[in-house]
Ligand binder design. Sequence first.
Ligand code: G6D
Length: 363
Amino acid sequence: MYVKEISKNFTDKKVTEILVENKQGLRASFCTLGARISDLSIPSQNGRESLILSLTNLEDEATYHTYYGATVGRVAGRIGPEPLSLGQQALTLTPNEGSTHLHGGPEGLDLANWDYEIEEGADQVSVIFSLVDPAGHNGYPGNLSARVIHSLDQDNCWTVRYEASSDATSYWNPTNHVYFNLNGNAQAPITNHILQVEASHMIPLTPAGLTLGGTWALDQHPGLDLRLADQTLGQVIDRHNQEEQLAIRGKGLDHAYVLDAPVPVGQAHALGHGQEVAPQGTLTEPASGRQVKVWTDRPCAVIYTHNHQVPGLVLGDKEQVPYIGVSFETQVAPDAPHHPDMGSIVLTPDQPALSETCFKLTW
Ligand code: G6D
């Protein structure tokens, strides 16, 4: 495996990008800014093609705050303004979208400059990012010690593993906000992609993007059902007149799908790369056959079809357009603290957290 470290400036910070390439030419760049995957590219007849949304200029993140490829947390997604308490302790998470707390708050993990170390093996390279997030930051109790381990191996798998502990009871529900675009170099929207998700339920939203309450069985909402892989994302999005949820967050998906069979905790790579079990999600670009299969131990995945253009943001050689990427944000259900029937994101001092997601590329 080839490894290279590149120092970059980001506002007043010195960040480092760690480039890892395997023997098939799959190249991942991992960045200390937000412990993010900043690029994932394959060799092609016209040089290299990125298969995820990758900022041409990292400094753009200060202007556009895209979350592209970033570790998002301490808690991914939206948490509403209703009162929160952990045991006897009332707490307020810092709002950063009106009264809503989004993606860990105004100083979320995505803009922190993480420490890192590299573990090099013949068949896999891991970049181990670590961070201590102080008690009270963004309103979260407890001093959090977090590690995010990005690995690339010779089976063309990119695996993300999260480990965390806190010295006081708190919340923890991170994800990676990667957007895939298998057309290559964000040259066209993902409306030609087919996304299959092994989920028989999804979580409906309010217009503000908060959890409506409960889950919907997709047998009753075929317009939102992604189990059959018989439709492009463009065809799904075009049903916004028939399916109200497809019109509630701009036209498109911005929803958590409740996975039918996540893998056991920490087993996504072990069971995924050898394909011992079926993936929980498969994204395909039919013309090229390029594909991403996803295995995760998380109960949900938020599928966001990038429904809005980011005005002014240029990716590669052109301003991007709506639907320029699709995310697969593996996590516990959004706003779980207000919907305990959907899962728990409570992190206690006696029970460190572990989760893992594996993305396997074929092209
Ligand atoms: C928009 O509603 C979407 C979120 O789901 C996404 O994570 C964010 O953009 C980056 O707010």
